[in-house]
Design a protein around this ligand. Structure first.
Ligand code: FES
Length: 287
C-alpha cells in the first residue's frame, strides 16, 4: 500500500475524483464531507496524508489543520484552494501544510503532489541517510553552521533555505528536517515554504532543467504525451537526472501561461504550443 489518504471536501465530486485517480496508484482513500466527519475518521485510523479543502460551510480546512496540530498528528497535510496566493494559504503554511493543490487540478497534478507529500512524510532524518547520500553527510557541518548563524534571526527560514540550497544544489527531505529542528519550526512548515516557492528544489538538477506543465490547460492539450516522449528521449523518469548530468526532468503546476498551452520550460526559456511529435527538436537547442 502506497499510503492511507483522507480527502476532506464538501463537494462529493472532489472526493470521488480523488478516489478514482489515487486508488489505481495503490493508495487507500477515504472521504469525509465535513471537518467533524474527518475528525471521526482520524480518531479511528492512521492516515499518512490529509487532503483538505480550505473553504467549507461551518468549519473549514484551517480548523481541521489546527485540530491535527493540537493532537500531534503525524499525517502530512495538503490543502485544496482556489487561489494559492490568498491569505488562507499563508495561514495554512504557518500551520504546517506540506503542499497545496490549486482548483481545478488535473489527475497528473494530484498524483504528483500526493506522491511527493507521502514521500516527504515517510522520509528519514539526516542521521539515517544512506551511503548514496554521502554528499549530504559530508556537508552537514557546513549546513549546521548556516542554521546556527541564522537561528535567532526573525524570518531566518528563507535565508537558511537559500544558503543551504547554494551549498548542496537542492534541499532533500533529510536536510529540511535538520533545518526545522535547528530553527525550532515544524518540519511541515519548512516543507510548505519549499513547496510554495518555485526557486527552491528538493531534487538535484541537471545542467538543463526541463519542466513540463501539468496544469489543467496544458493537461487537456496533451501534456502527458509530451512528458512521456521526454522520458523516452532522456531515458529518465520525473525528478531524475540523466547519467551525463545534462538534463533533469520535472512536472509543475500551472505556470501562468495557459494561453500558450501546452507549455515546457527549459531553464529560463518558455516554449509554448509544444507539439509532442516534435519535442526532441526542442531539446537539441540545449545540447
Ligand atoms: S496550465 Fe500550463 S501554463 Fe497554465
Amino acid at each position: 500500500m502506497a499510503g492511507n489518504i483522507l480527502v476532506v471536501d464538501d463537494e462529493p465530486v472532489v472526493i470521488v475524483s480523488c478516489e478514482r485517480i489515487l486508488t489505481p496508484e495503490g493508495y487507500s482513500v477515504k472521504g469525509a464531507s465535513s471537518v467533524d466527519e474527518a475528525i471521526g475518521h482520524l480518531q479511528n485510523g492512521d492516515y499518512d496524508l490529509v487532503i483538505t479543502d480550505l473553504k467549507m460551510p461551518n468549519k473549514g480546512g484551517l480548523d481541521l489543520i489546527k485540530w491535527l496540530r493540537d493532537n500531534n498528528s503525524k499525517a502530512g497535510i495538503v490543502v485544496i484552494t482556489g487561489y494559492p496566493s490568498q491569505e488562507t494559504i499563508k495561514d495554512a503554511l504557518h500551520m504546517g501544510i506540506v503542499d497545496y493543490l490549486p482548483k481545478p487540478f488535473s489527475p497528473a497534478l494530484l498524483i504528483d503532489v500526493t506522491a511527493k507529500a507521502i514521500s516527504f512524510v515517510k522520509s528519514k532524518g539526516i542521521e539515517e541517510v544512506t551511503s548514496e547520500e554521502q554528499e549530504i553527510t559530508a556537508k552537514a557541518e557546513e549546513i549546521k553552521n548556516v542554521i546556527v548563524s541564522n537561528k535567532d534571526r526573525p524570518g531566518g527560514l528563507i535565508p537558511v533555505l537559500q544558503q543551504v540550497q547554494e551549498i548542496l544544489g537542492y534541499l532533500p527531505p533529510a536536510v529540511l528536517k535538520l533545518i526545522a529542528r535547528g530553527l525550532n519550526l515544524p518540519v511541515s512548515e519548512v516543507h510548505g515554504v519549499v513547496s510554495f516557492y518555485s526557486f527552491f528544489t528538493m531534487k538535484p538538477k541537471g545542467k538543463h532543467n526541463v519542466r513540463v506543465c501539468m496544469g489543467t490547460a496544458c493537461y487537456v492539450k496533451r501534456a502527458t504525451e509530451i512528458l512521456d516522449k521526454l522520458k523516452d528521449i532522456l531515458g529518465i523518469e520525473e525528478e531524475e537526472v540523466t547519467e551525463d548530468k545534462q538534463f533533469s526532468l520535472e512536472t509543475v503546476r500551472c505556470l501562468g501561461a495557459c494561453g500558450l498551452a501546452p507549455v515546457v520550460v527549459v531553464d529560463h526559456d518558455t516554449h509554448g504550443s509544444v507539439d509532442p511529435v516534435k519535442v526532441s527538436g526542442l531539446l537539441e537547442e540545449y545540447n
